[in-house]
Design a protein around this ligand. Structure first.
Ligand SMILES: *[C@@H]1O[C@H](CO)[C@@H](O)[C@H](O)[C@H]1NC(C)=O
Ligand SMILES: *[C@@H]1O[C@H](CO)[C@@H](O)[C@H](O)[C@H]1NC(C)=O
Ligand SMILES: *[C@@H]1O[C@H](CO)[C@@H](O)[C@H](O)[C@H]1NC(C)=O
Ligand SMILES: *[C@@H]1O[C@H](CO)[C@@H](O)[C@H](O)[C@H]1NC(C)=O
Ligand SMILES: *[C@@H]1O[C@H](CO)[C@@H](O)[C@H](O)[C@H]1NC(C)=O
Ligand SMILES: *[C@@H]1O[C@H](CO)[C@@H](O)[C@H](O)[C@H]1NC(C)=O
Ligand SMILES: *[C@@H]1O[C@H](CO)[C@@H](O)[C@H](O)[C@H]1NC(C)=O
Ligand SMILES: *[C@@H]1O[C@H](CO)[C@@H](O)[C@H](O)[C@H]1NC(C)=O
Ligand SMILES: *[C@@H]1O[C@H](CO)[C@@H](O)[C@H](O)[C@H]1NC(C)=O
Ligand SMILES: *[C@@H]1O[C@H](CO)[C@@H](O)[C@H](O)[C@H]1NC(C)=O
Ligand SMILES: [Zn+2]
Length: 324
């Protein structure tokens, strides 16, 4: 993820911080540079201990009362999508950070929306999401990348600060459906792919055509997982507060197929369709995934002590009522 921004950033970092790894040539489909090699070719920070993505084990998710509703600003505006580009590793839509932002949801402040991009497998038949839930991998995953407002839009400054809450990424799973033309927004978005088959193709203006919410149709945005992690592409900075939404976006299979059949990856050799552009899941290393406290036995919060206390107070209440 964040490949587009990072390729630009790499040059900046190269001069200032770690000249050894920031300009590293990484990839998904060549054994010489695929994600299994990243801890070696980009040890800062792909060999860290709080890496993303992860497999979310629902039985181990803990209740977290801080995870309130998000305040999503500009998600219904049709003026936020500035342009679409093929970064060579993904398809990236640049967002207008003056219009779109995210706060609430237990985040420590306001985050401006920089871009979103996608991860996919090979059409609707081979899944390619980055996060998995109880081992289930979805067809695709959408990442909305938001930067804390205190950095004034300067991502390189944020990453140089080694701030674990510099970025808040919203992750949405995409699931295929046989229903044709399920989502108008996705039909419009994917119609631009034929204009950007190669990473060298100019970015295309897509203003006034799609809203963010039209791509997130049907997802209840009050239900999500939260954990502390990293960028999922080199240099894998551990600077991300992740929110992974539970409900998938349903997108027609024919539209999902457009990604793996239209967009080419950046390679030095012959053009190769971009497929399987996801990183495999990383070890949790003791990190805890939290979610909204639900009224079920699966959360850890309501202990038997709490239950007996409330039974006791009910008993006392009834007793006092009886005594009146
Ligand atoms: C990545 O490359 C390694 C060799 O470096 C290979 O063993 C592995 O199967 C490849 N993984 C993927 C997902 O392509
Ligand atoms: C990655 O980190 C592990 C554990 O800290 C260490 O054993 C290993 O040598 C490191 N690998 C690289 C390539 O730096
Ligand atoms: C909720 O937020 C408070 C204040 O920021 C923090 O101290 C606490 O650890 C958070 N709880 C969880 C479960 O993350
Ligand atoms: C939501 O965020 C916007 C933009 O930061 C802000 O103007 C608005 O007051 C916020 N609304 C709520 C209910 O917090
Ligand atoms: C993707 O699927 C197509 C069509 O089924 C197949 O021809 C191609 O070899 C697959 N590519 C990869 C990388 O799996
Ligand atoms: C962004 O931050 C970097 C590192 O702190 C700094 O060198 C650069 O000048 C800043 N860029 C802008 C446009 O302010
Ligand atoms: C889906 O969209 C295509 C192209 O816009 C149109 O030709 C077709 O009739 C639509 N199908 C359905 C079931 O609405
Ligand atoms: C994309 O770039 C390729 C290679 O440079 C070029 O042949 C093609 O015409 C471009 N396509 C578009 C839609 O600009
Ligand atoms: C964009 O949104 C504005 C305000 O909601 C609306 O008037 C306009 O028709 C929309 N433009 C398009 C191209 O949908
Ligand atoms: C989203 O889920 C919450 C919690 O289950 C529920 O109260 C709310 O009605 C749902 N919202 C929608 C739009 O379905
Ligand atoms: Zn991503």
């Amino acid at each position: 993820m964040i490949a587009f921004l990072l390729s630009f950033l790499a040059a900046l970092l190269c001069e200032s911080v770690h000249s050894d790894n920031s300009a590293v040539a990484w990839c998904y489909n060549n054994p010489a540079c695929n994600f299994t090699t990243w801890p070696e070719i980009a040890p800062h920070y792909c060999n860290g201990s709080s890496q993303s993505p992860i497999n979310i084990v629902t039985a181990q998710v803990q209740g977290n009362p801080n995870l309130t509703q998000f305040n999503l600003t500009g998600f219904d505006a049709n003026t936020t999508f500035i342009s679409i580009a093929n970064s060579g590793t993904s398809v990236v839509v640049t967002l207008d950070e003056d219009i779109m932002s995210v706060q609430g949801g237990g985040l420590p402040g306001r985050y401006v929306s920089k871009q979103f991009h996608l991860h996919w497998g090979n059409g609707s038949s081979l899944p390619g999401s980055e996060h998995t839930v109880d081992g289930k991998q979805y067809a695709m995953e959408l990442h909305i990348v938001n930067l804390h407002s205190k950095y004034n839009g300067n991502l390189s400054a944020a990453l140089a600060a080694h701030d674990s809450s510099a970025l808040a990424v919203l992750g949405f799973f995409i699931e295929g459906t046989d229903e044709a033309n399920k989502t108008k927004g996705w039909d419009v978005l994917t119609s631009f792919l034929t204009k950007i088959p190669y990473s060298g193709n100019a970015t295309v203006d897509i203003m006034n055509q799609i809203t963010m919410n039209s791509l997130l149709e049907g997802v209840n945005k009050t239900k999500y997982y939260r954990y502390q992690g990293s960028l999922t592409t080199p240099s894998c900075n551990e600077a991300v507060i992740w929110s992974v939404f539970k409900e998938p976006i349903k997108v027609s299979n024919n539209l999902i197929n457009r990604f793996s059949t239209t967009v080419f990856a950046k390679t030095t050799s012959a053009p190769l369709l971009n497929t399987n552009n996801f990183r495999g899941v990383q070890p949790l290393n003791g990190r805890v995934v939290t979610s909204q406290v639900e009224q079920t036995a699966s959360t850890t919060a309501p202990s038997s002590a709490a239950t007996s206390i409330s039974s006791l107070s009910l008993l006392l209440l009834l007793t006092s009522l009886c005594c009146l």
